[in-house]
Design a protein. Structure first.
Length: 156
């Protein structure tokens, strides 16, 4: 895998397209309306509503540009439809870390990573260690929090 490329799962790309649609439609219109009202209040140099709304507009436009860039340059990774023999980008893997209860994660690109929602980046220490491993494999991984023992219970 080329680490310069932007990898997205098909689901992640769908979510970004949905967010883009929301930002370029209702959110952009709402900010334009708020900006119009703030401008009508008069002196713009001391108008907190105007200043705040302009900052929000800057963030919104920045996020729109970021999403457009991601979608234009992304390599879309489909989640495999058949059971996989080894861990790769897009698959779900159930692991046990040390003696903790089993947890299931999907291996995703860095822009989709959200461990609390079950998505870990293939570039993270755990993600890197999982790539190419098979069910039943057990190995040590060095993480920022120290060394952990991982056992792969299932690959979907």
């Amino acid at each position: 895998m080329n680490t310069d490329e932007i990898y997205l799962t098909a689901d992640g790309a769908r979510q970004l397209r949905k967010e883009l649609q929301d930002l370029t439609g209702p959110k952009r219109k709402e900010l334009a309306d708020r900006l119009r009202v703030a401008i009508q209040q008069g002196d713009l140099t001391e108008n907190a509503d105007y200043i705040t709304t302009k900052e929000e507009q800057g963030f919104l436009e920045g996020r729109i540009q970021e999403i457009e860039y991601l979608l234009r340059n992304a390599v879309i990774v489909e989640q495999p439809t058949e059971k996989q023999d080894e861990v790769s980008l897009g698959v779900r893997v159930t692991i046990q870390i040390d003696d903790s209860p089993a947890e299931t994660y999907q291996l995703v690109g860095i822009k989709e990573a959200n461990p609390k929602n079950g998505c870990i980046s293939y570039e993270s220490p755990i993600g890197k260690a999982l790539i190419g491993k098979r069910e039943g494999d057990q190995f040590l991984v060095e993480t920022p929090g120290g060394e952990i023992n991982i056992k792969i219970l299932e690959i979907d």
